[in-house]
Design a protein around this ligand. Sequence first.
Ligand SMILES: *[C@@H]1O[C@H](CO)[C@@H](O)[C@H](O)[C@H]1NC(C)=O
Ligand SMILES: *[C@@H]1O[C@H](CO)[C@@H](O)[C@H](O)[C@H]1NC(C)=O
Ligand SMILES: *[C@@H]1O[C@H](CO)[C@@H](O)[C@H](O)[C@H]1NC(C)=O
Ligand SMILES: *[C@@H]1O[C@H](CO)[C@@H](O)[C@H](O)[C@H]1NC(C)=O
Ligand SMILES: *[C@@H]1O[C@H](CO)[C@@H](O)[C@H](O)[C@H]1NC(C)=O
Ligand SMILES: *[C@@H]1O[C@H](CO)[C@@H](O)[C@H](O)[C@H]1NC(C)=O
Length: 557
Amino acid sequence: MFTRRYASVIIFLAILLALYYLPVSRDTLRQRPWANKPVYKPIVCCGPRGSLLSNSSDDQVIPIDLKIPYPVAPFGSHDELSLSQTWMTADIKYGPYGYGDEREDYNRKKVDWEHVDWGRLQDDCAAQNQDRFGAVANVSSRGRMVPNPGFVWPRPEKATGRTAIVLRGYDTYNYAPEDLLNIRSLIVEAGLSTSGNYAVYLLVHIREKEHEIYMSEANYTAALEKFVPVELRSIAVLFDETLLENWYPKTATHHPNFQIYQPLQLFAYYYPEYDHFWQLELDVRFTGHTAHYLDALNTFARKQPRKQSIERSSYLYIPSIHGTYANFTSLIDATLNGGGVWGAVNIPDVEPVGPKPTGSSQEDDFSWGVGEDADLIATNPCSNVTWTEDWVYRDWIHNFQNGVDTPRIFCAPAITRTSYRLLAAAHDAQADKGLTIPSEATVSSFALWHGLKIVFPPQPMYQNPLRDLKEMDIFFNGGPPNASRGAMAKGDGFYNARPHYDITNTATWWWSSPFPAYIFRNWLDPKENEELPFILHKDAEGRIWAPNLALHPVKTN
Ligand SMILES: *[C@@H]1O[C@H](CO)[C@@H](O)[C@H](O)[C@H]1NC(C)=O
Ligand SMILES: *[C@@H]1O[C@H](CO)[C@@H](O)[C@H](O)[C@H]1NC(C)=O
Ligand SMILES: *[C@@H]1O[C@H](CO)[C@@H](O)[C@H](O)[C@H]1NC(C)=O
Ligand SMILES: *[C@@H]1O[C@H](CO)[C@@H](O)[C@H](O)[C@H]1NC(C)=O
Ligand SMILES: *[C@@H]1O[C@H](CO)[C@@H](O)[C@H](O)[C@H]1NC(C)=O
Ligand SMILES: *[C@@H]1O[C@H](CO)[C@@H](O)[C@H](O)[C@H]1NC(C)=O
């Protein structure tokens, strides 16, 4: 009896196997929709030395594992972000881009940087990889942002997998050698070495309208030649406020201090072939490999569930206080009893474009939104505008039906990655209704009202001098997640910041901290008589190594 039963099991398995191997059944398998999409391998691109990057060690930036203790970031976490604990010297990082090329011992092929056509290199790279992306936007087809042509630009139908990095410049910006090293590193590491997953642009604000850049091609070119160094002209896109006034006649102002996203919204409108747009200021530095860093933020954000993502994003994550990120997630969940912001926060002025949740927050097991790209990646925690005590823009809101009672959140600084659909939603609302709130609140609040995914990934951040972390948790977060205080974190660091600049101005990522520049200067150009910042490592040969992180601000102007 037993043998008969076994025999039937074996015959059954044999039939399954036969079915699997029959040509007809395998064809059926292949036709399954998820098996349909061809997989294109990235095609290696050419670097500034005229060689394929894979074949040119002079162009390569390779982080090193020194196998020495790594400086532990008190805020954020390399591990949680899957960011490697590697090191680089200034020569490894910037040598490929000309750092040290005035010295006898520069051991790379020298480049005539003025004659590198970065727009062309990026365009060729994208064109070669076009199968993978579907549609490519050419960097060097400039002058496309023009006053409202009176028709609606076509919205993209599908994702391309590409991200634009939009660097924000202005007319009289004085591009120091260090700025050029930084911009080259962004183009090569993020753009070319990923075979075009990113493309770098320089969006230049022409502050004096007298240049009349929209009057004629010749005017535009004259301004380009006057204000943008030769090397950067092929990646530059110029605008002046005429453009913003023309597109957004109803908004209360067009000044970039209040409306830093308007030019980016229009950029997205004119370059709809990108899924996402990183807005970077020229004073941001990546001490590791740029693409590894940006990819890590993207991957972390994509894996995050939507449930309580806004509340988690309001905290500065402190591993020694919160445990692992999973522990931290459970803590927030316990505080909120499974609740929190769930789908769009409705306001009368906006019809949400984001997906509607099914069921309640309590019913969701942290799976909604997992695997979905974030619409907004913030680089600092997001705060509740209505709770701020000394934020100068707190009550600055125009053309909303409920005025200052409109729920808003802000994430400063305005260094973010935003999705096309988020920028398009802000664009429509500003163009049609003139809905106006300050820069730092714009994309975060539109994401809130539209039910779009917001994530603040735990970027590693250091502080000098390091303070007691329990105190810092109270200072930034208002202490551990705690039901009586409400949903979002609430500490003086963000809500009553002005009296405490002495504390906030000690971080490696803050809008006004001198620590980043101090690290960066000592990395590139150490002074004998200056003490090395504690996160840098000097080896036996006197070389200075920096850990893998993002610094802001490192000003040259
Ligand atoms: C790689 O570089 C070597 C030496 O410069 C050259 O001979 C070779 O043709 C290059 N290969 C490719 C595929 O470009
Ligand atoms: C974009 O750039 C590629 C490569 O440089 C070129 O082949 C293509 O014709 C350009 N397309 C447009 C629309 O300018
Ligand atoms: C802009 O173009 C117009 C018309 O071609 C010309 O008259 C004017 O002088 C130009 N302005 C500048 C600042 O170049
Ligand atoms: C973090 O979570 C793990 C697994 O659930 C648990 O063992 C550990 O005690 C938690 N740590 C903290 C600090 O809560
Ligand atoms: C929550 O935090 C506030 C502010 O730190 C504190 O006053 C309150 O006692 C805390 N409540 C609980 C239940 O821990
Ligand atoms: C922001 O604060 C207001 C007023 O206290 C509150 O109603 C709202 O729920 C808070 N928003 C979030 C997302 O916590």
